[in-house]
Design a binder for this molecule. Structure first.
Ligand code: ADP
Ligand code: MG
Length: 307
Protein backbone atom coordinates (compact mmCIF):
# COMPACT_ATOMS: atom_id res chain seq x y z
CA UNK A 1 0.00 0.00 0.00
CA UNK A 2 1.27 3.47 -0.73
CA UNK A 3 3.34 4.93 2.06
CA UNK A 4 3.29 1.93 4.39
CA UNK A 5 6.20 -0.02 5.89
CA UNK A 6 9.05 2.32 4.92
CA UNK A 7 12.41 0.65 5.63
CA UNK A 8 15.99 1.85 5.66
CA UNK A 9 18.07 -1.13 4.45
CA UNK A 10 18.78 -1.93 0.82
CA UNK A 11 15.77 -4.29 0.61
CA UNK A 12 12.53 -2.65 -0.57
CA UNK A 13 9.13 -4.25 -0.05
CA UNK A 14 6.61 -3.92 -2.92
CA UNK A 15 4.49 -1.59 -0.75
CA UNK A 16 7.54 0.60 -0.12
CA UNK A 17 8.31 0.81 -3.84
CA UNK A 18 4.74 1.96 -4.56
CA UNK A 19 4.95 4.41 -1.66
CA UNK A 20 8.16 5.90 -3.11
CA UNK A 21 6.39 6.38 -6.46
CA UNK A 22 3.26 8.00 -4.99
CA UNK A 23 3.27 11.60 -6.22
CA UNK A 24 3.07 14.61 -3.94
CA UNK A 25 1.16 16.55 -6.58
CA UNK A 26 -2.59 16.11 -6.99
CA UNK A 27 -4.76 17.20 -9.87
CA UNK A 28 -8.35 18.33 -10.19
CA UNK A 29 -8.59 16.00 -13.20
CA UNK A 30 -8.11 12.95 -10.92
CA UNK A 31 -10.88 11.83 -8.55
CA UNK A 32 -9.14 8.68 -7.21
CA UNK A 33 -5.38 8.17 -7.67
CA UNK A 34 -2.99 5.41 -6.55
CA UNK A 35 -4.46 2.92 -4.10
CA UNK A 36 -7.54 1.43 -5.77
CA UNK A 37 -7.99 -1.21 -8.48
CA UNK A 38 -8.12 1.56 -11.08
CA UNK A 39 -7.74 5.32 -11.04
CA UNK A 40 -10.92 7.36 -11.49
CA UNK A 41 -10.67 10.57 -13.52
CA UNK A 42 -12.97 13.52 -12.93
CA UNK A 43 -15.40 12.42 -15.66
CA UNK A 44 -15.69 8.83 -14.36
CA UNK A 45 -13.11 7.38 -16.78
CA UNK A 46 -11.24 4.43 -15.19
CA UNK A 47 -7.57 3.65 -15.92
CA UNK A 48 -5.57 0.58 -14.89
CA UNK A 49 -2.43 -1.24 -16.05
CA UNK A 50 -1.09 -4.76 -15.46
CA UNK A 51 1.97 -6.46 -16.89
CA UNK A 52 2.75 -10.12 -17.64
CA UNK A 53 6.36 -11.26 -17.65
CA UNK A 54 7.57 -14.61 -19.00
CA UNK A 55 8.82 -16.86 -16.21
CA UNK A 56 6.86 -14.87 -13.61
CA UNK A 57 3.27 -14.74 -14.92
CA UNK A 58 3.43 -17.33 -17.65
CA UNK A 59 5.44 -20.26 -18.93
CA UNK A 60 4.87 -23.18 -21.32
CA UNK A 61 1.63 -24.08 -19.51
CA UNK A 62 0.07 -21.07 -21.27
CA UNK A 63 -0.13 -20.95 -25.06
CA UNK A 64 0.73 -17.60 -26.70
CA UNK A 65 -3.03 -17.12 -27.28
CA UNK A 66 -3.70 -17.75 -23.56
CA UNK A 67 -1.14 -15.04 -22.69
CA UNK A 68 -2.91 -12.54 -24.98
CA UNK A 69 -6.33 -13.41 -23.52
CA UNK A 70 -5.11 -13.31 -19.93
CA UNK A 71 -3.38 -9.95 -20.32
CA UNK A 72 -6.74 -8.41 -21.23
CA UNK A 73 -8.65 -10.41 -18.60
CA UNK A 74 -6.45 -9.44 -15.63
CA UNK A 75 -6.95 -5.77 -16.48
CA UNK A 76 -10.69 -6.21 -17.10
CA UNK A 77 -10.82 -7.68 -13.59
CA UNK A 78 -9.55 -4.38 -12.11
CA UNK A 79 -12.07 -2.32 -14.13
CA UNK A 80 -14.89 -4.68 -13.04
CA UNK A 81 -13.78 -4.25 -9.42
CA UNK A 82 -14.61 -0.54 -9.77
CA UNK A 83 -18.11 -1.41 -11.01
CA UNK A 84 -17.16 -0.30 -14.52
CA UNK A 85 -17.01 -1.53 -18.10
CA UNK A 86 -13.78 -1.61 -20.12
CA UNK A 87 -13.62 0.45 -23.33
CA UNK A 88 -10.11 1.01 -24.76
CA UNK A 89 -6.56 -0.32 -24.30
CA UNK A 90 -2.95 0.42 -25.18
CA UNK A 91 -0.35 -2.38 -25.36
CA UNK A 92 3.40 -2.30 -24.61
CA UNK A 93 4.93 -5.48 -26.06
CA UNK A 94 8.57 -6.46 -25.47
CA UNK A 95 10.09 -9.39 -27.39
CA UNK A 96 13.49 -11.03 -27.77
CA UNK A 97 15.28 -10.44 -31.09
CA UNK A 98 14.46 -11.95 -33.56
CA UNK A 99 10.69 -11.90 -32.94
CA UNK A 100 9.02 -15.32 -33.17
CA UNK A 101 6.26 -15.08 -35.81
CA UNK A 102 4.27 -18.04 -34.45
CA UNK A 103 4.31 -16.64 -30.89
CA UNK A 104 3.20 -13.18 -32.03
CA UNK A 105 0.38 -14.62 -34.18
CA UNK A 106 -0.92 -16.71 -31.27
CA UNK A 107 -0.65 -13.82 -28.80
CA UNK A 108 -2.47 -11.48 -31.21
CA UNK A 109 -5.27 -14.00 -31.69
CA UNK A 110 -5.85 -14.43 -27.93
CA UNK A 111 -5.65 -10.67 -27.36
CA UNK A 112 -8.21 -10.02 -30.11
CA UNK A 113 -10.57 -12.72 -28.80
CA UNK A 114 -10.53 -11.16 -25.32
CA UNK A 115 -10.97 -7.64 -26.74
CA UNK A 116 -14.02 -8.87 -28.70
CA UNK A 117 -15.39 -10.62 -25.62
CA UNK A 118 -15.30 -7.47 -23.46
CA UNK A 119 -15.79 -4.84 -26.21
CA UNK A 120 -12.32 -3.35 -25.86
CA UNK A 121 -10.71 -1.34 -28.70
CA UNK A 122 -6.91 -1.38 -28.91
CA UNK A 123 -5.99 2.25 -29.62
CA UNK A 124 -2.17 2.24 -29.46
CA UNK A 125 0.96 0.87 -27.86
CA UNK A 126 4.71 0.40 -28.16
CA UNK A 127 6.89 -2.48 -29.41
CA UNK A 128 10.45 -2.99 -28.14
CA UNK A 129 13.29 -5.53 -27.95
CA UNK A 130 13.81 -7.21 -24.56
CA UNK A 131 15.81 -10.17 -23.15
CA UNK A 132 12.50 -11.84 -22.19
CA UNK A 133 8.91 -11.65 -23.38
CA UNK A 134 6.84 -9.13 -21.44
CA UNK A 135 3.56 -7.40 -22.18
CA UNK A 136 1.78 -4.60 -20.39
CA UNK A 137 -1.75 -3.47 -21.11
CA UNK A 138 -3.24 -0.15 -20.03
CA UNK A 139 -7.01 -0.44 -19.94
CA UNK A 140 -9.51 2.39 -19.86
CA UNK A 141 -13.11 2.03 -18.80
CA UNK A 142 -16.15 3.90 -17.61
CA UNK A 143 -18.26 3.73 -14.47
CA UNK A 144 -21.43 5.62 -13.70
CA UNK A 145 -20.89 5.22 -9.97
CA UNK A 146 -17.38 3.85 -9.24
CA UNK A 147 -17.14 1.49 -6.26
CA UNK A 148 -13.98 2.04 -4.21
CA UNK A 149 -11.96 -0.14 -1.82
CA UNK A 150 -12.04 2.56 0.81
CA UNK A 151 -15.76 2.86 1.57
CA UNK A 152 -16.61 -0.33 3.53
CA UNK A 153 -18.13 0.20 6.99
CA UNK A 154 -17.98 -1.81 10.22
CA UNK A 155 -21.07 -4.04 10.32
CA UNK A 156 -21.20 -4.62 6.53
CA UNK A 157 -21.46 -8.18 5.19
CA UNK A 158 -18.44 -9.55 3.30
CA UNK A 159 -19.19 -11.45 0.07
CA UNK A 160 -17.19 -13.23 -2.58
CA UNK A 161 -18.15 -14.53 -6.05
CA UNK A 162 -17.28 -17.88 -7.62
CA UNK A 163 -14.90 -20.53 -6.33
CA UNK A 164 -11.45 -19.62 -5.03
CA UNK A 165 -8.17 -21.50 -5.44
CA UNK A 166 -8.51 -22.69 -9.05
CA UNK A 167 -5.25 -21.09 -10.26
CA UNK A 168 -3.48 -22.52 -7.21
CA UNK A 169 -4.88 -25.95 -8.10
CA UNK A 170 -3.74 -25.55 -11.71
CA UNK A 171 -0.19 -24.68 -10.69
CA UNK A 172 0.27 -26.69 -7.47
CA UNK A 173 -1.79 -29.86 -7.84
CA UNK A 174 -0.14 -32.89 -9.47
CA UNK A 175 -3.42 -33.59 -11.30
CA UNK A 176 -5.38 -30.36 -11.81
CA UNK A 177 -9.00 -30.55 -13.04
CA UNK A 178 -9.87 -29.21 -16.51
CA UNK A 179 -11.81 -26.41 -14.74
CA UNK A 180 -8.68 -25.30 -12.89
CA UNK A 181 -6.55 -25.33 -16.05
CA UNK A 182 -9.23 -23.40 -17.96
CA UNK A 183 -9.34 -20.79 -15.18
CA UNK A 184 -5.55 -20.41 -15.20
CA UNK A 185 -5.42 -20.00 -18.98
CA UNK A 186 -8.63 -18.08 -19.71
CA UNK A 187 -9.86 -16.24 -16.62
CA UNK A 188 -13.22 -14.52 -17.18
CA UNK A 189 -13.89 -11.65 -14.76
CA UNK A 190 -17.54 -10.94 -14.01
CA UNK A 191 -18.07 -7.50 -15.58
CA UNK A 192 -21.87 -7.55 -15.94
CA UNK A 193 -22.36 -8.80 -12.39
CA UNK A 194 -19.93 -6.20 -11.01
CA UNK A 195 -21.91 -3.43 -12.74
CA UNK A 196 -25.13 -4.84 -11.25
CA UNK A 197 -23.47 -4.73 -7.80
CA UNK A 198 -22.52 -1.09 -8.36
CA UNK A 199 -26.14 -0.29 -9.33
CA UNK A 200 -27.35 -2.08 -6.22
CA UNK A 201 -25.13 0.13 -4.04
CA UNK A 202 -22.58 -2.27 -2.54
CA UNK A 203 -20.34 -0.31 -0.18
CA UNK A 204 -16.82 -1.37 -1.34
CA UNK A 205 -15.24 -3.78 -3.82
CA UNK A 206 -11.84 -5.20 -4.85
CA UNK A 207 -10.89 -8.01 -7.23
CA UNK A 208 -9.02 -11.04 -5.93
CA UNK A 209 -5.70 -11.08 -7.78
CA UNK A 210 -3.29 -11.67 -4.89
CA UNK A 211 -5.32 -14.00 -2.68
CA UNK A 212 -8.16 -13.33 -0.23
CA UNK A 213 -5.87 -12.68 2.76
CA UNK A 214 -3.81 -9.96 1.01
CA UNK A 215 -6.69 -8.40 -0.91
CA UNK A 216 -9.05 -8.33 2.09
CA UNK A 217 -6.28 -6.67 4.12
CA UNK A 218 -6.00 -4.02 1.41
CA UNK A 219 -9.75 -3.38 1.46
CA UNK A 220 -9.73 -3.18 5.27
CA UNK A 221 -6.71 -0.86 5.41
CA UNK A 222 -8.21 1.41 2.75
CA UNK A 223 -11.57 1.49 4.56
CA UNK A 224 -10.09 1.91 8.05
CA UNK A 225 -11.87 -1.12 9.48
CA UNK A 226 -11.33 -4.83 10.19
CA UNK A 227 -12.98 -8.06 9.10
CA UNK A 228 -13.61 -11.56 10.37
CA UNK A 229 -13.86 -14.37 7.82
CA UNK A 230 -15.43 -17.78 8.47
CA UNK A 231 -12.92 -20.25 6.94
CA UNK A 232 -15.71 -22.81 6.37
CA UNK A 233 -17.62 -20.29 4.23
CA UNK A 234 -14.75 -19.59 1.80
CA UNK A 235 -15.89 -21.22 -1.48
CA UNK A 236 -13.75 -23.70 -3.42
CA UNK A 237 -12.62 -27.26 -2.99
CA UNK A 238 -8.84 -27.19 -2.50
CA UNK A 239 -6.80 -26.70 0.68
CA UNK A 240 -7.60 -23.44 2.52
CA UNK A 241 -4.17 -22.02 1.59
CA UNK A 242 -5.00 -22.40 -2.13
CA UNK A 243 -8.27 -20.52 -1.58
CA UNK A 244 -6.96 -17.62 0.51
CA UNK A 245 -3.18 -17.34 0.09
CA UNK A 246 -2.31 -17.85 -3.59
CA UNK A 247 -4.12 -15.46 -5.95
CA UNK A 248 -5.19 -15.24 -9.59
CA UNK A 249 -8.81 -15.86 -8.58
CA UNK A 250 -10.12 -12.80 -10.46
CA UNK A 251 -13.32 -13.00 -8.46
CA UNK A 252 -15.04 -10.05 -6.74
CA UNK A 253 -14.72 -9.42 -3.00
CA UNK A 254 -17.25 -6.84 -1.86
CA UNK A 255 -19.05 -5.45 1.15
CA UNK A 256 -22.72 -4.55 1.48
CA UNK A 257 -25.29 -3.63 4.06
CA UNK A 258 -26.94 -6.67 5.72
CA UNK A 259 -30.28 -5.18 4.55
CA UNK A 260 -29.24 -6.01 0.95
CA UNK A 261 -28.83 -9.79 1.44
CA UNK A 262 -32.00 -10.84 -0.37
CA UNK A 263 -31.49 -8.35 -3.20
CA UNK A 264 -27.90 -9.59 -3.68
CA UNK A 265 -28.97 -13.23 -3.75
CA UNK A 266 -31.63 -12.55 -6.38
CA UNK A 267 -29.22 -10.54 -8.60
CA UNK A 268 -26.69 -13.39 -8.26
CA UNK A 269 -29.40 -15.83 -9.42
CA UNK A 270 -30.23 -13.58 -12.36
CA UNK A 271 -26.56 -13.58 -13.47
CA UNK A 272 -26.02 -17.27 -12.58
CA UNK A 273 -23.15 -16.13 -10.37
CA UNK A 274 -22.17 -18.21 -7.32
CA UNK A 275 -22.14 -15.92 -4.29
CA UNK A 276 -20.88 -16.66 -0.76
CA UNK A 277 -21.34 -14.65 2.41
CA UNK A 278 -17.95 -15.23 4.07
CA UNK A 279 -17.81 -12.80 6.96
CA UNK A 280 -18.41 -9.37 8.34
CA UNK A 281 -16.58 -6.07 8.69
CA UNK A 282 -15.91 -4.75 12.19
CA UNK A 283 -14.16 -1.95 14.03
CA UNK A 284 -10.97 -3.89 14.88
CA UNK A 285 -7.83 -2.90 12.98
CA UNK A 286 -7.08 -6.09 11.03
CA UNK A 287 -8.49 -8.83 8.78
CA UNK A 288 -8.77 -12.17 10.59
CA UNK A 289 -10.11 -15.69 10.18
CA UNK A 290 -12.27 -17.13 12.94
CA UNK A 291 -10.36 -19.60 15.08
CA UNK A 292 -7.12 -19.82 13.10
CA UNK A 293 -4.33 -17.69 11.63
CA UNK A 294 -4.15 -16.95 7.89
CA UNK A 295 -2.17 -19.62 6.02
CA UNK A 296 1.25 -18.32 4.89
CA UNK A 297 1.25 -16.69 1.43
CA UNK A 298 2.11 -19.14 -1.35
CA UNK A 299 3.34 -16.43 -3.75
CA UNK A 300 5.17 -13.10 -3.46
CA UNK A 301 6.82 -11.02 -6.21
CA UNK A 302 9.70 -10.06 -3.93
CA UNK A 303 11.04 -12.93 -1.86
CA UNK A 304 11.38 -11.11 1.48
CA UNK A 305 7.96 -9.37 1.33
CA UNK A 306 5.70 -10.05 4.30
CA UNK A 307 2.62 -8.14 3.21
P1 ADP B 1 -4.05 -4.33 -8.21
O1 ADP B 1 -3.57 -5.67 -7.73
O2 ADP B 1 -5.52 -4.14 -8.06
O3 ADP B 1 -3.57 -4.00 -9.60
P2 ADP B 1 -2.34 -3.42 -6.06
O4 ADP B 1 -3.10 -3.60 -4.81
O5 ADP B 1 -1.29 -4.40 -6.46
O6 ADP B 1 -3.41 -3.23 -7.26
O7 ADP B 1 -1.64 -2.00 -6.07
C1 ADP B 1 -2.02 -1.01 -5.17
C2 ADP B 1 -2.08 0.33 -5.86
O8 ADP B 1 -0.76 0.76 -6.22
C3 ADP B 1 -2.90 0.35 -7.15
O9 ADP B 1 -3.68 1.53 -7.15
C4 ADP B 1 -1.85 0.41 -8.23
O10 ADP B 1 -2.32 1.12 -9.37
C5 ADP B 1 -0.72 1.16 -7.57
N1 ADP B 1 0.62 0.84 -8.12
C6 ADP B 1 1.22 -0.37 -8.15
N2 ADP B 1 2.44 -0.29 -8.73
C7 ADP B 1 2.62 1.02 -9.08
C8 ADP B 1 3.66 1.74 -9.73
N3 ADP B 1 4.77 1.12 -10.17
N4 ADP B 1 3.49 3.07 -9.94
C9 ADP B 1 2.37 3.68 -9.53
N5 ADP B 1 1.35 3.07 -8.90
C10 ADP B 1 1.45 1.74 -8.68
MG1 MG C 1 -7.17 -5.30 -8.30
Amino acid sequence: MPGSRAGSGPYMAESEIIGALTPAVGSAAVRVGIGDDAAVLADGTLVTVDAMVEGVHFDARLSPADVGWKLVAVNVSDIAAMGGRPTWATLALSLPDPPDRTWVAGFAEGLAAACRNWNVTLVGGDTTRSPIRAASLTLGGAAVRPVLRSTARAGDDLWVTGRLGLAAEALLSPSPTPDALAHLRRPAPRVAFACALADLGVTAMIDLSDGLSDDLSRLCTASGCGAEVDPDAVPGSGPLAWRVAFGEDYELLFTASAADRDALRSVADMYATPLSLIGRLDARPDARMSGMPWPAPLFRHFTQDRG
